[in-house]
Design a protein around this ligand. Sequence first.
Ligand code: AMP
Length: 618
Amino acid sequence: MPSAVLGIDLGTTNCVVAVVMQGRTILLANNQGQHLFPSAVTLGEGDTIWTGEEAVALGAAAPGRTAYAVKRLIGRYYNDSIVQKARNMYPYHILENSSGGGVTIQLGEKQYTPEEISSLLLKDLVSQAGERFGFEPKEAVITVPAYFNHAQREATQRAAQLANLNVLRLLNEPTAAALSLPTGDDNERVIAVYDFGGGTFDISLIRIQGSVYEVLATNGDTFLGGDDVDGLICDELSKIFEQSTGIKLRNFPLSWHRLRDAAEKAKMELSHSDRCAVYLPRLVGEESFATELSLKRLEDMTRPLIERSLKICSRTIEEAKLCLGDLDEVILVGGQTRMPLLRKMVEGFFERPAAAGVNPDTAVAEGAASEGAMLRDGKGALLLDVTPITLGINIVGNRLYPLIKRNTKIPVRKEHTFTTHRDAQTRAKMVILQGDNPVASENVRLGEVVLANLQGSERFQSRINVAFEIDSSGILHIKAIDEDTREEKEVVIRDSFEKEGKQAAGEVEEAESVAPTQDLLTPTISGPFRETELVDVLCFLHANQKTGRVEIKGTNQVGSLFMSDGEITNAEFSGLQGIEAFHNVLALSQGDYAFHEGLDASETAKIDTPFDILIGQS
Ligand code: AMP
């Protein structure tokens, strides 16, 4: 039997495997005929490894020996907020690895990296596929969320290598879902793939013409999924239990595990009934738990999560410069889209019914298998992709300067010239960052590039050109040139997490930071902010397209920034104006802020309007 390429949907909650044989797509099924293989691994007696359904069953009795949802941890730093959140969510121990920075999962006495756990899942799937399909699988197309960053993709590749699988392509899940659709005629169509799975939410807008699949925009939330719905139900149920017994279920991992199972079952039942009974005999000691959950209550709890996903959809449509009328089809994937309320809200938002005939559980694996078969024949679909996350460097004031903004088509090359911000600054250290947070240290650090022989004796004299290039394989190349000495430094970010990823971005020594030469007066503004930072104030004003003057009071000094429609147009500090004033104002960033609204941006003096908005401490 000749070998074929496996299409593997390596999901947070479940995995699905498909293969195309003799032109037909076949799904891997277990002995009960089920296509979903739970993404769970248990370390059993005598260090035996159990995966899938067996791991889930054993996990009920051995929560500290069973790993779930490791996809949420893969390629992340220990101090990543998502890892910290996961620590409170799952019954197994998540630790910092001994070399620092990465994540280790403790199961019983043993420790595993998230990619090792994923590789155990993959090995089992490969072995089952081999038995079922009658060949020894060696190659696969594995899907990842579109929003996965560089490190998460690398870690997924490593997991496959550990399972002796050659990955022909890592395919974005929404693109895979699109590939599962029947190929139509050559007419261009734009589809929205709305994927609400167990752990992550993704939305992608894809233009299909013939065998060309062009991602127009993609977005997501790596902590929004069915697990969050289950979490809300658990909170609700545990409150009810505590009210009647005084027992906090959180303190009993085994009981919590049973509650989680019951919560998920209740949720699924409520996809086709309007109330459901929850009964857990002897949940803690002799205390049993019997209650009811209504569809109405579930819907009230879940609505905000769905609304969160729809906000992301709006933003994505806007970023692709499309409107709802431009979309030809909406496809729903991910198990949670079986919830009627979700379907109704999504269809309401997109103003059309979802495409029929798409199995939300298996579409991604089917698309991966179909791409695998095409690659095997040397005619894979032409996939034109975008970079899902902003890439940039840190600049003075612990800010992110984006060079390649998210949703930029790849391959792409972008460059910008930077300068020093202190007199006698001979070193420039550019930390390469991935993320959308305007505060540099809140983003993921991919590496750094240092130029150490700068000649300019005064600030703003040196010229440092930084170029970012993403090639068609998604590999990031960075080049920094000191334009005075022509000294050049190059960095290729290939395996960022292993080589560089020992820490989150952290603050770079301010003395070695650079400042952008042009656009100096337009700080990067997007993403979430911390309340009392100047940059956050500016973000707020930018987002609200304000015109007026921001007054920043330091201990003894006062500076001003002038904004027109949310953009900074000028700065003033002790008689200085422009760039120099701007730097001095940044140095006041710990001060109090006030915004005087309604001024013309050119009006730089004599301000006597009372404060309209007061942000930060006053
Ligand atoms: P996936 O990651 O695509 O496998 O999706 C798994 C998620 O879908 C889990 O949170 C499941 O609880 C959820 N799910 C599966 N079936 C249903 C259903 N019938 N109703 C609601 N949620 C479901």
